[in-house]
Write a protein that binds this ligand. Sequence first.
Ligand SMILES: [Zn+2]
Length: 379
Amino acid sequence: MTEPISGSKLFNALKDEETIIMACNTRTTVGVVKGIFRAAKELDAVVMMELAKSESDLNGGYTGITPAKYAEETRKYSSEVGFDSWALHADHITMKKGTPEEIEETKKLIAAQVDAGFTSFAIDASFLFNSEGETVEEQLAENIRVTIELAKFIEEKMGDKEFGLECEVGEIGKKDSDGRILTKPEEAVAFVKALEAAGVKPHGIAIANGSAHGNTYDAEGKLIEQVSIDIPQTIKVAEALKGEDSNVRVVQHGITGTPLDLIASKFPKKAIIKGNVGTEWQNVAWSVLEEKEPELYKEIQEWVMEKYGEEAKRKGLKSEVEIFGKYSKKAWKPFYEKVHALKPETVKAIEEKAYSRAKQFFEAFGAVGSGEKVRNYRG
Ligand SMILES: [Zn+2]
């Protein structure tokens, strides 16, 4: 079996390179994971496989995949492909309240992820933002406290094993009356300094920089490209951190829908260490189902509309396309068995599409050949 390598090795080896590590939230492993690993092997590009707490928890999250199951499936496919330059990452270990109960429950998830062999972790306490705080430190105090407690817990559980660590400052996609709220350079610096003072050394921080998770739609509910990532602000945050002699780089969330040529030509690849691509793989799977297994696709569509149609309309979503695009992630768990019983040619078609999309992303990310850089890294 191919084992995932430590996320810290990927981060450390590539932090000053013109490359972004692609991290893929594969809400189904069927076809998708093998396709991505094949692309990674062909281009010698390192990759992370990841699921967020909402997607995968001890009860399976909304994908129906537990951390143990995800670890088993990703190992299986990497072994089949014969690819070993990858890390297994726990995305968005989200804390929304910061209460002792929530912390205890989250530690159980982390313990299970460590036992399953995860090699990298993202603590997300960005919701714990005190808008009444007068200083940046006061605003971030709860985020800092909870992040430190969970990071120490991961360290304790991992024992002498190294691991990758991502933390989050600024809730991704959050809006106020002026539009999306962006993380300020001084927030990122204060956050990292407070963590480092407590002995917690993240490799990357996720910031709010204008992206949102999922697909992007216009006012009429038509699928459009996402061009809202604020690149100058992202560079400012990264430079502020570098100005403090920090090794912490930016993690870009919510990339799905961003034009590949914009990523290739405009993304600052030394500033951004890791880029998360999630909904893209779901879009790949749905588009193949629509073509190859239209009856099942229709059943999933109807389930989504019946279950979430009203709620979505109340929230102002306009089209069925948008409702499906935003809520179909909830279908993975109830349709788990059916998706795992797809015809072999459907699975193969998903694999091929994931493979060709992954190649395009790796190229846009400047990731071709990053595997060799990681293998040669001694540090
Ligand atoms: Zn994210």
